[in-house]
Design a protein around this ligand. Sequence first.
Ligand code: UT7
Length: 331
Amino acid sequence: MPRAAILGLGQYLPDRVVTNHDLARMFNTSDDWIQQRTGIVERRYANGDDVGGSDLAIPAAEEAVKAAGMRMSDVEFIIFATLSPDYFFPGSACVLQDKLGLPGIGALDLRNQCSGFIYSLSVADAFIRMGKYERILVVGAEVHSTALEYTDRGRDVTVLFGDGAGAAILGATEEDRGILSTHLHADGRFAKDLWLEIPASRYNPRLSKEHLEQGRHYPRMNGRKVFKMAVEKLPEVINEALTANGVTLSDIALFVPHQANLRINEFVGETLGIPPEKIYNNIQRYGNTTAASIPIALNEAIHEGKAKKGDLIMLAAFGSGFTWASCLLRL
Ligand code: UT7
């Protein structure tokens, strides 16, 4: 049975840099508060009014295809992980498929928020192992900046998020590398602890003047609960991957966790006893780019020489849903 390996990665961050000081000019926050609680220094926002996740995904996908030594026309299927789709429907995978000039191939949206990229890797891995496809483009892309509330009411959420895209080409390989296992979890009892409620098909109309006045079209979060659950579930799901593969922490060359909060990743590292230099973080520069954060971080780690072919890499994520997941792979 073939294995699915990451054959190439790509990323795109818009060039508009928004610092903590910029946010502090819009509402009551400070660079000190944001850095102390989250580690974030700056993030990127998409430029202009008519830019969706599919637009950010184009250069990321092109870079991933190039890194894999392929042509775009070799892509057989697209999986697009996002919590900020271009439209309510159709999915961003369809929108991206058109922009990449790939009419006719299957295009799937995956809505699993911060765990979306690992869930997508899991689906791509299953398709490749069963022989259905040989080359799958997996994208994580978000435009958060158009849905954030730039006021004191929304400041806890607003300071965390940034826009960006990451992409990977998953391909069949007979080599002794690739995705070794994925572990996917969710607990919908906590759905409302990190969510964006409106527009919602359960209300008629889906979006009203009252909804807008109440600010229910902005994301809301119970930050303390997210933090508490994240530092409990991330070690659990990392240990699950280690046990499933009969490996130990010291076998892992690099941990590439979702970039939600530097403090969460530091806490998880301390809990498990992982040396800080073995945990890759770039949230300082990009904030939380949700489904895009892991492919961007893995790509940068490889470019910085912190992860190389043959290394065992652990990916892990926790976020809205709640969802959490891990993936052990050999590069
Ligand atoms: O992918 C998952 C995405 N989400 C997360 O990972 C979030 C996880 N949670 C967190 O990272 C933290 O809970 C936060 C960084 C969001 C908040 O940190 P906290 O230490 O849990 O703060 P808190 O919510 O308990 O608020 C402490 C104080 C409050 O003021 P009072 O009531 O003590 O006067 C907040 O109103 O900090 C205030 N506050 C802020 N102050 C300045 C909340 N947001 C801000 C802000 N700037 N942006």
